[in-house]
Design a protein around this ligand. Sequence first.
Ligand SMILES: *Cc1c(COP(=O)(O)O)cnc(C)c1O
Length: 355
Amino acid sequence: MSSKSNLSIDITKVTSSKINEVDFNNLTFGSVFTDHMLVCDYKNGAWQKPEIKPYAPFLMDPSSKVFHYGQAIFEGMKAFKDENDSVWLFRPDENYKRFNKSAERMAMAEVDEAIFLDGLQQLLEIDKDWVKKGSGNSLYIRPFMIATGTGVIASPSAEYRFMIILSPASSYYSGEVKVVIAEHYSRAANGGIGAAKAAGNYAGQFYPTALANKEGFQQIIWTDDATHTKLEEAGTMNVFFRIKDTLVTAPTSERILDGITRKSLIAIAEKSGIKVEIRPVFVEELIDGMKSGDLKEIFGAGTAAVVNPIVGFSYKDKYHELPKMEDSFALRLKKVLNDIQYKLAEDTFDWTVKV
Ligand SMILES: *Cc1c(COP(=O)(O)O)cnc(C)c1O
């Protein structure tokens, strides 16, 4: 796949790039940004002409609705550079579709496909030197939208700002991850906004996660809000379990985000002959699986890390340490996905899109 862009954008470039000031060998994830950003405003019922301009702060009215009522959504995606210096996106159409699903749920304006996808292509064309070659290197892409309409009246905004910012990233290593299985707090509820990539979902997670951190755990495995018996997501990632040699993950729902890494790993596993079951997974199965030895792996799945292996979990104040796997599904699947993303293996799924 490849797409050529003819969207008209007002472009103002920086007079001098700050790329030489960046130490690409010591990047903290999400903390350094490229020279340019894309900005597009929605007003009078229409998207205005997008702009690409130098990355910089901007002014907002204190009564902007995003500050008071939280209409804010985002996406997370990556660009990769292959051995021939070509830049590739991974399933960007999926991020675009999910962005507008989130917009609909949050009663926000939906973004035109050309502004999101062609706008991103043009922005990447300008900042492509920031995508570094080599294993683990990528450019993290953060499209987002906020309510910029003014007035402290609790109603959806009539004005929005859509933006894309870019952040160079190197290999993501989070250290050993131990998790707590949620028994009280919830990330999402039926009828709620758990399936949207809404900023507020993250805000609501910070407090229970900080409590878990204090106890020495890095993340929470969220359970269903009604019974706390079904395993749903790990932190801000989808979650997979290996029981014997079967890969098991919960079906997406109103409470579970439809992750692109999740569905890509399912497709890769099925193609590699790994048995996959998409069904509710119960906390009890983990406890039983620890006793019988059938529970082999737990890992989170998301764009930032691809997979995040979990070494153990706590439930009802008892800690269970998972076995150390020689040939883990987590690392095997991660390698296949990374090889497709970096164009080291043939993309038989047609997931990669050239910039
Ligand atoms: C973004 C996100 C994921 C992972 O989605 P990917 O498309 O794989 O990056 C999973 N769970 C939550 C809650 C998320 O916000």
